[in-house]
Design a protein around this ligand. Structure first.
Ligand SMILES: [Zn+2]
Length: 297
């Protein structure tokens, strides 16, 4: 067993971790991607948040009494009264340029999910679909963010692939090698793994757990409560222009039930032929996503 793996095991057995988990029911985990100065025209995906809007949102989050934590805090200290985790997928360079100053300004923490293959310079997984090329963070930028203390890093696979489509040995390699690559870079255990494209199944979850991760980070169709399944942590996705009201609604206990109801309604309409592909009467854009699992990019 490697040193990092042994450390992960210790966290598992750690009394603070167990105590925090036992009293933890609701821990909102938000998902973001890019932080930009201006939202580009006609983006392929809703993954942009302007610096200005994130600044405003962070202020609202603080005003509501939330305190940001890292996953590693769960085994290090008692959790605050209203904890929240802000996550950012893919490791875009704009996280270094625009997010880090905001974290420093507001005294807030974030978790960023990186690729283990550190030779990949940009978003190669999105370019074939017509997305523009976007620079990812360099190792130096990552280390500077880690040193600031505001950022924890997690794994997002080696090469940003749909793990459910790989043969078992390749899937396991994507998960395991990402952990060792990032631990080599950061010099500390990497304890959480965000499923690329939000795609996973039972064998992917098992692969993540067996590789020594403590948390598997999913998207919105996962258990309501944080501690129900640590390999399937639910995340909340906000729209690019979200403010305090949307944040309040989506972090409320009513929201997951509302989404399930909305999904059931949508499926019923599909069964009844209410919305057909190519029809003028398509569902609203945000509901089209309900059927597609690729919420995370
Ligand atoms: Zn991603």
């Amino acid at each position: 067993m490697g040193r990092a793996e042994a450390n992960s095991q210790r966290v598992h057995l750690n009394g603070i971790f167990q105590a925090n988990l036992s009293k933890l029911k609701r821990l909102p985990v938000l998902v973001f991607h890019r932080v930009v100065e201006e939202i580009p025209d006609g983006p392929l995906y809703d993954i942009h948040f302007t610096r200005e809007n994130l600044d405003r949102l962070m202020r609202s989050i603080r005003k509501m009494g939330y305190e940001t934590i890292h996953f590693e805090d769960l085994s290090a200290r008692p959790i605050p009264r209203k904890p929240i985790i802000l996550t950012f997928d893919d490791g875009y360079e704009d996280n270094y340029l625009h997010l880090l100053p905001l974290l420093q300004k507001h005294g807030m923490k974030a978790v960023i999910y990186l690729l283990g293959d550190r030779t990949i310079p940009h978003n190669i997984w999105d370019i074939p679909k017509g997305a523009p090329k976007v620079q990812l963070m360099t190792n130096d930028q990552i280390l500077e963010m880690a040193k600031s203390g505001w950022v924890e890093f997690g794994s997002h696979s080696m090469t940003h692939v749909d793990l459910t489509q790989l043969p078992p040995d390749e899937m396991e390699r994507e998960i395991r090698d990402c952990k060792s690559s990032l631990e080599g870079l950061l010099g500390k255990p990497v304890i959480s793994f965000a499923y690329p494209f939000g795609r996973f199944n039972e064998s992917v979850k098992r692969g993540v757990s067996e590789a020594g991760y403590l948390f598997g980070i999913a998207v919105e169709w996962s258990p309501d409560d944080f501690s129900d399944d640590l390999m399937e942590i639910r995340r909340i996705c906000l729209s690019p222009d979200a403010g305090g009201v949307e944040f309040f609604w989506k972090t409320s206990i009513l929201f997951p039930a509302f989404r399930r109801w909305q999904r059931r309604l949508f499926r019923r309409h599909l069964r009844l032929g209410g919305w057909r592909f190519g029809s003028r009467h398509r569902p609203p854009k945000h509901m089209e996503k309900v059927n597609g699992p690729k919420e995370d990019r």
